[in-house]
Design a protein around this ligand. Structure first.
Ligand SMILES: Nc1ncnc2c1ncn2[C@@H]1O[C@H](COP(=O)(O)OP(=O)(O)OP(=O)(O)O)[C@@H](O)[C@H]1O
Length: 251
């Protein structure tokens, strides 16, 4: 399907004997924000990480089924390094490298072979502007990124992902370590970025999912109970378990 960036088909994931994802089927559409919600331990992060093969790095993980990105099987037809360039990831806790703001952003492009200083400067400025951070850091590009506030560090991490020109951005609870103002800035940024990128976000914050996502998938015990337009999930869920979770009756 032309509007679909990623398709998961009958995806099962095991950590040793533990069956963490059970026959997950999901289409993730271009230029949409897809939210993954559900109680702690239901498999949201595990699923998110399968989308750019981050689970490959964990010993004892076994994956069955298929994930296709733009029609290509990411586990059989893709180099994981190239995949992670095209499907970038932002983590729960901002994790800038212990180096300057500039070098944090230039790191990825340098790894991918860009050496020209002028070109690197252009990429750094463009990425920081896209991440709505440029004005705050343009006078301290060569100072340590560790001196930025938590919210600025998280936007820096988003800029770092943007610098390698991905198509998809995976976000694993990107605002859970941030205060409400920094959270609002990231939410506004997500809204802006979806014009050019496809975004999948894990969140514990129901209001956040309702505010920023187009479609929402509700996970429970490793299964997708229901996936639909965010409005329908929140106002008219078709499964009783979704309704109970959203009403705050468990999780
Ligand atoms: N590396 C691992 N080894 C073994 N089991 C794991 C590993 N990572 C996760 N699990 C288990 O897999 C299940 C799903 O975990 P996952 O982190 O995907 O859930 P989650 O829905 O993202 O939870 P949370 O909202 O608390 O982050 C949990 O039972 C967890 O204990």
């Amino acid at each position: 399907m032309q509007d679909t960036a990623i398709t998961a088909k009958d995806l099962n994931l095991y950590y040793g004997d533990f069956h963490a994802l059970k026959s997950v089927n999901m289409n993730i559409k271009y230029n949409e924000v897809t939210a993954l919600i559900g109680p702690s331990g239901c498999g949201k992060s595990t699923y998110l990480k399968t989308l750019n093969r981050m689970n490959d790095l964990i010993a004892g993980v076994r994956i069955e089924g298929q994930i296709a990105f733009e029609g290509q099987d990411i586990y059989r037809e893709y180099d994981p390094i190239l995949l992670r360039k095209r499907v970038g990831m932002v983590f729960q806790n901002p994790n800038p490298f212990p180096m300057s703001v500039f070098d944090n952003i230039a790191y990825g492009p340098r790894v991918h072979g860009i050496k020209n200083k002028k070109r690197l400067s252009e990429i750094v400025e463009k990425s920081l502007r896209q991440a709505a951070l440029w004005d705050e850091v343009k006078d301290r590009l060569h100072k340590s990124a560790l001196g930025l506030s938590g919210g600025q560090q998280q936007r820096l991490c988003i800029a770092r992902v943007l610098a390698v020109e991905p198509e998809v951005i995976l976000m694993d609870e990107p605002t859970s370590a941030l205060d409400p103002i920094a959270t609002k800035r990231i939410e506004d940024l997500v809204e802006e970025l979806k014009k050019d990128y496809t975004i999948v976000i894990v969140t514990h914050n129901m209001q956040q999912a309702a505010r920023i996502s187009d479609r929402t998938a509700f996970f429970l015990h490793g299964e997708v109970v229901e996936m639909a337009d965010t409005k329908s999930i929140f106002h008219n869920p078709s499964d009783k378990r979704t309704e109970e979770y959203i009403a705050g009756r468990f999780g």
